[in-house]
Design a protein around this ligand. Structure first.
Ligand SMILES: *Cc1c(COP(=O)(O)O)cnc(C)c1O
Length: 350
């Protein structure tokens, strides 16, 4: 017997969304990737970093990614000491658990939301508690004082797409004894965010990713904004060279090209609004979305039937077998033509 820690042998491991090997032959709407390429300036910066012969790769990258902290800090209105860069926001979520939740201590999140928090907690040997949602999308049973070490709030929520109001998030922060981590993976597609709460409440952390809104899922880039004491703790825990040279080059160029970024977000949002209205015309129930995806249920509430029929047409969306979610589908917002094809397929499928 290999002497694994008991919690590691017991855990199942996270299963990410399917990435088909013949990706070009699919309309891929299952993992909320951006349908558009990243800014051309990102490509230029990566090529420049690589140089003709890739000589820069011989040496380690900046350990702190300091110049990126400065760019992000300026963009979000903070001092750079309030920012840390991450190898995907998943890295910083992991390090938050390592920083705040010891073995046997509790973390919590809303179900349904991002189940990776549970995997990270299991690795750490922390306990997991989940809170449900009421029909009007409030968190059910959240105690007057929540004593767990971390509460992860995905807002806009995935897979459902709605966003919690800033006022509501602030009341949650006041009720948390531990840290409130606001996972804003989709905030760039929303008209609200919780950044101001980081300044007002010492237990609030906001995490962001460049995977979705900046079209850089393949580069693995994220960040967190929190008080300097929290940032210093996260700096002790992370891999010291957590962002490679190409990722650092890409990140700077992406964050600086705000004009390109805003235009692409606008296109995704416009397509989302159009697609939502069209789905409703064919009898789907759709939750109004603040993300780059929609959660929608067909008239017969058989999400799996529609998933299979789309799959047969090489359109890949996300279906969750969870009883709370099985009636619907999470459909990422692709380019307009992809969504037109998908809509036509849904009309045929009925
Ligand atoms: C995509 C996603 C992440 C992970 O982002 P990466 O930066 O790609 O690691 C985190 N949280 C939520 C809610 C997400 O949807």
């Amino acid at each position: 017997m290999i002497p694994l820690r008991q919690n590691i042998s017991a855990m199942a491991g996270y299963v990410p969304g399917y990435q088909p090997p013949d990706i070009a032959s699919w309309i891929k709407l299952n993992t909320n990737e951006n349908p558009y390429p990243p800014s051309p300036k990102v490509v230029e910066a990566v090529m420049a970093e690589l140089g003709g012969e890739g000589a820069s790769l011989r040496t380690y990258p900046s350990a702190s990614s300091q110049s990126l902290r400065e760019i992000a800090a300026e963009l979000y209105g903070f001092d750079p000491s309030w920012v840390i860069m991450a190898n995907g926001s998943d890295e910083v979520l992991n390090n938050l658990i390592r920083a705040f939740a010891g073995e046997g201590e509790e973390i919590a999140f809303v179900h349904p939301s991002y189940s990776y928090y549970a995997t990270l907690a299991e690795i750490q040997g922390a306990k997991v508690r989940t809170f449900g949602l009421s029909d009007d999308l409030w968190i059910e049973g959240f105690p007057e004082r929540y004593e767990g070490k971390l509460f992860f709030l995905t807002t806009p929520n995935s897979p459902l797409g709605f966003a919690f109001s800033t006022g509501y998030i602030e009341r949650l922060a006041q009720r948390c004894s531990g840290m409130l981590v606001v996972d804003e993976a989709y905030a760039d597609f929303s008209d609200t965010n919780a950044l101001e709460l980081v300044k007002k409440h010492e237990n609030v952390v906001v995490t962001r990713t460049l995977s979705k809104s900046y079209a850089l899922a393949g580069m693995r880039l994220g960040l967190a904004i929190a008080r300097p004491e929290v940032i210093s703790a996260l700096d002790k825990i992370r891999d010291h060279y957590n962002l490679d040279r190409l990722a650092q080059a890409a990140c700077g160029a992406a964050l600086l090209d705000q004009e390109y970024f805003r235009e692409r977000c606008r296109q995704v949002i416009d397509t989302r609004e159009w697609f939502t209205a069209e789905l409703m015309k064919i009898g789907y129930s759709v939750i109004p979305s603040s993300g780059n995806f929609v959660f929608a249920a067909p008239p017969d509430c058989d999400g799996k039937r529609v998933y299979d029929a789309l799959y047969a047409r090489k359109i890949l969306v996300r279906h969750f077998s969870d009883p709370l979610l099985k009636e619907g589908l999470r459909i990422s917002i692709g380019a307009r033509e992809e969504m037109e094809t998908t809509l036509t397929a849904l009309q045929e499928i009925g």
